[in-house]
Design a protein around this ligand. Structure first.
Ligand SMILES: CC(C)(COP(=O)(O)OP(=O)(O)OC[C@H]1O[C@@H](n2cnc3c(N)ncnc32)[C@H](O)[C@@H]1OP(=O)(O)O)[C@@H](O)C(=O)NCCC(=O)NCCS
Length: 213
């Protein structure tokens, strides 16, 4: 038996097509717009996490290839323009791919951007700028994994890839991000540390996190 999971919906909401023969993988629905992909999971007892993800790989990608996943995973209730960044053209974009599909299953984007200072009420502006670190820093943004593929190690692999790329290709010593509070524990378990206070963007709670590369 096979089930078809619309890419951007919870995989529990599935339609079953017992007579449909297909390999596990991701397919574009015939006649649909290019953003409507589906995931076909083999339900004959082999839909465990390992089999779904045999053979994913990470490679540089275009910003255009990141947009649908950024939108679906991070800001599905906002217009697509919300996930486009003015600095996208100067960023480095990476995707995780499975062989059966041209669209990435996870994406992340990296930018050269100085580590923001931690504002201390006892510091005046001059001491903050004096304290500005002299080393190169990078920031990653718009990190998203297709919900169907979450929990299989793709995000961890992509984050590690970006740590290496930022260090070896961009010459960064530090990588930082504005982490969603919901994901900050996940980052901590991967060696990132919190700096600065909690803040809110578009109704979502965030905290700054960094890692020494
Ligand atoms: C955050 C995010 C990118 C992580 O991607 P992911 O692919 O789900 O992450 P991983 O699979 O590497 O890690 C998830 C968990 O699965 C576990 N895992 C890793 N490989 C596994 C495998 N083969 N089988 C089962 N579990 C596995 C990991 O141990 C991890 O568990 P943890 O809770 O102990 O850390 C993804 O969950 C996501 O897109 N979330 C929503 C958007 C978001 O919050 N983005 C970040 C904004 S700051």
């Amino acid at each position: 038996m096979y089930c078809i999971a619309p890419r951007h919906y919870d995989p529990l909401v599935l339609s079953f097509y017992p007579h449909h023969q297909a390999d596990s993988g991701r397919y574009n629905i015939e006649g649909a717009t290019s953003n409507i992909w589906c995931t076909v999971l083999n339900m004959n007892g082999s839909n465990d996490r390992g089999s779904l993800l045999e053979g994913f790989h990470i490679e540089p990608t275009t910003v255009e290839q990141t947009i649908a996943l950024r939108h679906a995973v991070l800001w599905p209730h906002k217009p697509e323009s919300h996930v486009r960044l003015p600095e996208d053209d100067s960023g480095y974009h990476f995707g995780a791919f499975v062989s059966s599909c041209d669209a990435p299953i996870a994406v992340i984007s990296v930018f050269k951007e100085p580590l923001p200072p931690v504002i201390d009420s006892e510091q005046d502006e001059a001491s903050i700028s004096e304290a500005k670190p002299p080393f190169e820093a990078g920031r990653f943004r718009k990190f998203a994994c297709d919900s169907v593929y979450q929990g299989h190690g793709v995000g961890t692999a992509l984050l590690r890839h970006v740590f290496s790329a930022a260090r070896d290709q961009l010459g960064c010593c530090v990588l930082w991000c504005d982490a969603r509070l919901s994901t900050s524990n996940w980052y901590e378990r991967r060696g990132m540390q919190i700096f600065g206070p909690v803040f809110t963007k578009s109704g979502v709670g965030y905290i700054r996190m960094k890692a020494t590369l």
